[in-house]
Design a protein around this ligand. Sequence first.
Ligand SMILES: [Zn+2]
Length: 108
Amino acid sequence: MSKPVICDHCHTIIKSKDELVTSVSLFEVLAYHEHCYIKELKGVQAFYVSRTPINGFSYNLSVGISIIFAIGWGLFADGQTKWLAFLVIFPIYFRLYSYFVYERHLAK
Ligand SMILES: [Zn+2]
């Protein structure tokens, strides 16, 4: 049996990928039920929780664009600013973390 995914808001088990929303809060990837994520955005934590879910199409798109931008930056920027291309590691890390820690344990 795979590891249960627990909602960070209501502390109950998330049963399917359709319910799951993952988000970044202070460099930590958290899992929520979709309705809990909406409550969390309206609550006290709203300042810390990212407004873009990680496991959504728009985040995947922004990661893709970030990778292209980082490759372009690495090729065309001058020597001293080339290291900025490594900043793209954060969104890629968050996306992979969300997949391996939460999404792969849930049924579709
Ligand atoms: Zn919940």
